[in-house]
Ligand binder design. Structure first.
Ligand SMILES: *Cc1c(COP(=O)(O)O)cnc(C)c1O
Length: 415
């Protein structure tokens, strides 16, 4: 039996042949728009396969065509990302929004219905309510407390059950860490699928992936990332990714070819460097976050801490947490006693942690969702989602946990 390596052991080498690049131990940046064909026959053969006119032959070696269609940096990155999600194929995009909007466009058509979990990322929310609505796609939001039965009833009551095309989820929800049941959505999608029409399930796994959650194993058809976050991990690039089986990815990649929203070679190269330390970064961030959550939970100026590691045992949420995730993650939100005034005082007092949106990076970041990332959400809905004026969101980095906790403590003292 050949030895099976863990993904972290392959992040330095997988998918790259040094002998094709002068022996360079790391892939060079293939900063080129186009690739030279040896013969006209070869060019024709490459295009036939790229445009889906025929399948690739068994022993056929396909070369590269043009960097909107394929580029070595992109392909090595996609091969490596596949290892974490145990996926057949992957496509990288120029942003997380680009990955998400491409999936939403490809898997819904005018007249279709989509179901999506709320709260969802602000940009996704906007895309569903603005662009999809404009092209005639109807949407229904569901909340963490809705059961499988509730979802089925909502779909039937809409009168568009036969047009359901996609169930879209983001779990844990940003910024409240509410959990949504992926397995239940997969069952609902099956129920409304027929021989003629498959209802797909797509999961935004930015918060917990690719290390701590594997939605494909739970039955989802598509996984999406803002690779700007943990995958990039250094707050120095914007990128996205979609993963799934060959069949769905063929559709995603074809749309990407014609929208032209693939990531550039330089960003792909930076992401290759990031992937080498993905596991050590995320594990350190999680260990720090656990300590921060425990500290906040015992602090008199803190009302409630929203962290997966603090979900009480013997609850429905705890069962779901254990089923879907292998770690409590590194995102911690908390309600400070008081409101916006107290939250702002805390944020303005931080010295080590930076006051900025985004997440998953090496440096710790803090922000105020109600007035920053989620300011666009309808105020009534915002309250209902638990995104109150007292809520602060922390993304925990790789610093020494004593320093992070010192910073938080000093700043809480000033409130
Ligand atoms: C940041 C983020 C996005 C959007 O990604 P970009 O790379 O900024 O386009 C989507 N979903 C979640 C959960 C995010 O945190």
């Amino acid at each position: 039996m050949p030895h099976k390596y863990h993904p972290e052991s392959l992040m330095m080498t997988h998918g790259y042949k040094p002998e094709l690049s002068e022996g360079a131990v790391k892939p060079p940046i293939f900063q080129t728009s186009t690739f030279v064909f040896k013969t006209a026959e070869e060019g024709k053969a490459f295009f036939e396969v790229a445009y889906g006119l025929r399948e690739k032959g068994e022993n056929e070696n396909l070369g590269l065509i043009y960097s909107r269609i394929n580029n070595p940096n992109l392909e090595i990155l996609e091969d490596r990302l596949c290892l974490w999600d145990k996926s057949e194929d992957c496509a990288v995009f120029e942003s997380g929004m680009s990955a998400i909007s491409s999936v939403l466009l490809e898997f819904s058509a005018p007249g279709d219905l989509i179901l999506y979990s709320a709260p969802t990322y602000g940009g996704t929310d906007h895309f569903i309510h603005d662009l999809l609505k404009k092209i005639g796609v109807t949407s229904i939001a569901f909340r963490p407390h809705h059961t499988k039965k509730d979802l089925i009833k909502m779909i039937k009551d809409s009168g568009k059950a036969d047009r359901l095309s996609l169930i879209y989820l983001e779990s844990p929800a940003n910024p409240t860490n509410d959990l949504f049941d992926i397995g239940a959505c997969v069952k609902v999608a099956k129920k409304f699928s027929s021989k003629k029409k498959k209802v797909h399930v797509a999961v935004d796994n930015t918060y917990m992936g690719p290390l701590w959650s594997n939605p494909l194993e739970l039955g989802a058809d598509l996984v999406m990332y803002s690779a700007t976050k943990y995958i990039g991990g250094h707050s120095d690039l914007i990128a996205g990714a979609v993963l799934g089986n060959k069949e769905v990815m063929q559709r995603v990649k074809t749309l990407r070819t014609f929208l032209g929203n693939m990531v550039g070679p330089h960003t792909a190269w930076l992401l290759l460097r990031s992937l080498e330390t993905l596991k050590v970064r995320m594990e350190k961030q999680m260990r720090n976050a656990k300590k921060v959550a425990k500290f906040l939970n015992e602090h008199p100026k803190v009302d409630k801490v929203h962290y997966l590691g603090l979900i009480p045992k013997d609850t429905k949420d705890y069962k779901l947490y254990k089923k879907q995730y292998s770690s409590p993650g590194a995102m911690v939100s908390f309600d400070i006693k008081g409101g916006e005034k107290e939250a702002f005082k805390f944020l303005n007092g931080l010295k080590l942690m930076k006051l900025a949106v985004s997440l998953g990076s090496t440096e710790s970041l803090a922000q105020h969702p109600a007035s920053m990332t989620h300011i666009g959400v309808d105020p009534k809905e915002r309250e209902e989602f638990g995104i109150t004026s007292s809520l602060v969101r922390l993304s925990i980095g790789v610093e020494n946990s004593e320093d992070i906790i010192w910073d938080i403590e000093e700043s809480l003292n000033k409130v």
